[in-house]
Design a protein around this ligand. Structure first.
Ligand SMILES: Cc1cc2ncn([C@H]3O[C@H](COP(=O)(O)O)[C@@H](O)[C@H]3O)c2cc1C
Ligand SMILES: O=C(O)c1cccnc1
Length: 340
């Protein structure tokens, strides 16, 4: 396999993780102080206050703003889909990419409501990654290059990056990643995805179990979990989360599949997700446990199980409201309201 002149491709990823910046503490503290002075009982805006303070830290501004939110949807195809682990055929991935372009998917409508830009990245859709039951999803060079491609999500300089994905079979891939990272039984991590029940669900559990065994889990290196069991959208999203961190852009995660990308980084370095919010808790049964392990509290919990970034996009409304309150409210002194 070709190695980059700078060393092993995964070493480049590890070097980035070692160099990740933290939040701007002065901006974070200034935002926290401001929250304490705004014309409301302290803490009365609950999570909205935490969101405003967190975004202040990452944007490095006492009064942060989200004017250019972007939803980046990564689409990929998976060899494992040919095993019948999803009720839908693999062609749906490409057809949904066309539907995103036509502005007719759910995520388009949600982006429209909140003024978010939508960018769709398709990752070699005509060339599925190998069936993870049979072979590794990638070689190291391709996996690292796909992560680097995901960094393109930052090219439009968004001030908030929401992640989404499209790829029939990718809840199987996500379950394999979680099973390899967190152990337990395959069935603990497998859920219906788009609606697998009965025989389809049984095939999905069997595929996850066999893939993780083949890959030789437990694996000491989370990047090997990604390389052996992941898919292109999972790798690209991990790259996007990392690139956002290098530029201190806050990230909103979507459901079960996006969290598989996040979990790889978290397993490499728990602080790697400090700039991330969980947009929602998906109805995929194991998502709540994954969020708990990642130390993330979902903003919304609406029983959604769509993917394509829909839950992350929907939480932009809450995030924008949090920032509008933080920026626009008067202090007790300014409003002439008696403080406690
Ligand atoms: C019409 C349609 C639109 C979608 N939008 C997102 N997904 C979601 O479903 C897929 C994962 O589920 P599974 O692992 O069960 O195939 C992903 O493509 C995901 O984003 C969709 C699925 C369908 C059928
Ligand atoms: O939570 C998700 O990401 C999800 C759930 C079902 C189907 N596709 C994605």
């Amino acid at each position: 396999m070709a190695r980059a002149a700078t060393g092993l491709p995964f070493d480049d990823i590890r070097n980035l993780i070692a160099a990740m910046p933290g939040a701007d503490e002065a901006a974070r503290q200034a935002a926290l102080d401001r929250e304490g002075q705004l014309v409301k009982p302290p803490g009365a805006l609950g999570r909205l206050e935490e969101i405003a303070v967190m975004i202040a830290g990452w944007q490095g501004k006492a009064i942060p703003a989200v004017n250019r939110p972007t939803v980046a949807v990564f689409a990929a195809t998976h060899g494992v889909a040919a095993r019948g682990v999803s009720p839908y055929p693999p062609e749906v991935t490409k057809q949904m990419v066309e539907t995103f372009s036509a502005g007719k998917a759910a995520v388009n409508q949600i982006c429209g409501v909140f003024g978010a830009g939508l960018r769709v990245f398709d990752l070699a859709l005509d060339h599925p990654t190998p069936d993870i039951v049979e072979a590794d999803a990638f070689g190291e060079a391709e996996c690292a290059a796909t992560m680097a491609f995901g960094m393109e999500a930052l090219a439009g300089e968004p001030d908030l990056l929401c992640l989404g994905e499209m790829g029939i079979g990718n809840t199987t891939v996500a379950a394999a990643v979680f099973h390899a990272l967190y152990g337990g039984q395959a069935r603990d991590w497998v859920g219906p995805g788009t609606g697998s029940v009965g025989e389809t669900l049984a095939r999905k559990i069997a595929a996850v179990e066999a893939a993780v065994k083949r890959a030789g889990a437990p694996l000491a290196d989370p990047l090997e979990v990604l390389r052996r069991l992941g898919g292109r959208e999972v790798a690209a999203m991990a790259g996007a989360i990392l690139a956002a961190r290098m530029q201190r852009v806050p990230v909103v995660l979507d459901g079960y599949v996006v969290c598989a990308a996040a979990a790889i980084l978290h397993a490499l370095e728990p602080a790697a997700l400090d700039h991330c919010l969980a947009g929602h808790c998906s109805a995929e049964p194991a998502h709540r446990e994954v969020l708990r392990r990642l130390g993330l509290e979902p903003i919304l919990d609406l029983g959604m199980r769509l993917g394509e970034g829909s839950g992350a996009a929907l939480s932009i409304g809450v995030i924008k409201a949090a920032l509008a309150c933080h920026a626009g409210m008067a202090t007790f002194a300014e409003a002439g309201v008696a403080d406690a």
